[in-house]
Design a protein around this ligand. Sequence first.
Ligand SMILES: NC(=O)c1ccc[n+]([C@@H]2O[C@H](COP(=O)([O-])OP(=O)(O)OC[C@H]3O[C@@H](n4cnc5c(N)ncnc54)[C@H](OP(=O)(O)O)[C@@H]3O)[C@@H](O)[C@H]2O)c1
Length: 372
Amino acid sequence: MSDNTMHESGPVSDNDEPASTGSPADELGTPPHAAEILGLRMPLGIGTMLWGDTPLDRRITDRILSDDLLRLIRERAHAAGVRFVDTAEGYGGGSCEARVRRAGFTSPDMLVATKFLPALWRWSARSVVRAARNSARRLGTPRIDLLYIHSPIHPRRPDAWIRGAARAVRAGLVRRVGVSNFNARQLEHAVQIARQEGIEIISNQIMFSPIVYGAASLRDTVRRCRELGVAPVGFGTVGQGLLGAGLTPERLRSIRLARIAKIGFDDLEPLRRTIAAIADRHRCAMGQVCIRWAIAKGVVPLVGIRSLGRLEDAVGATHVALSAAEIEEIDSHSLAHSTFDRPRRRRAVFVILISLLMLAYRVSRVVPISGH
Ligand SMILES: NC(=O)c1ccc[n+]([C@@H]2O[C@H](COP(=O)([O-])OP(=O)(O)OC[C@H]3O[C@@H](n4cnc5c(N)ncnc54)[C@H](OP(=O)(O)O)[C@@H]3O)[C@@H](O)[C@H]2O)c1
């Protein structure tokens, strides 16, 4: 057992020292690590996608988190050195942004990222400025630290959104700009347009886990990020629970990623067995192995946090000391379910669904949902 490891139930460290990112110069190229580009000492971010508290969220999530719990999560995270939180106007119909504010995350020493959604009714650069203004209001800040363009998928090319983001920067509404779900080619184009506008694309937020790492398109994208000095930030690192302990075929069916990517229980077996063996060796949880693996790849993982236990796990993961051989072992069993390889038509369904969901949130505010 390494003394750098921590059990699932281990305490949150109150040590503010940077966790070593330890990223090897592997096939993805050499660092800078994403954490360095973002100015983070701890290479970890808190995901807030399931923090919504509207009547619609009461229908679509298993439980609504209390304000008290979110404040506790903020306090413990801050004490442990976590300085990055990720939200979006599309999460909980904007209510997640408001909850980030209410929990006290919007402070000068935190990096608070949010996202502009290229919804189907948006067609002009101006819509980015308007959306950023609304996000800033919900977050309770005059200036958004990092504004991502949530997706490249829209009948219009993303150029308009990047030009809009540049306007928002010039208006003092946004400090830095990122993109999300952009593949290598789309990222290169975005960086070029941004430079024409006099801004930088600082980060690309992508799905990053051993479930997708086997896809050449994903590894190309991360490599391109590094070459362009763009910080890769990863979501779905524990595969929405697919790579956590105690997965059963029933639980798998309730996980959205498994349904969307058509991942069966047996498909995951060799990878899960590998991660479980490494976790056993380090006496840590399987999810922690995945989080540490992502950090070793030069990526800052975002972990969806809905309890103090999950936060403790995520922070503890930054101290797990995986060897280069263990990282390679995980690489060699990784699957290739990258969204980048899905036909554009299927990726468009995602944006259509989120756009519809955003509309549903708006309607539910006007017409209260019965029974709530
Ligand atoms: N840019 C984008 O398009 C995009 C897309 C998706 C997500 N994101 C961002 O990334 C964040 C994380 O993404 P995600 O929620 O898809 O991924 P995730 O963190 O892999 O999934 C969260 C789920 O994983 C479980 N989990 C968390 N830590 C775990 C651990 N150590 N072991 C086992 N299971 C664990 C949680 O279960 P419990 O509920 O039981 O705790 C939760 O259901 C989001 O909150 C959001 O901020 C961005």
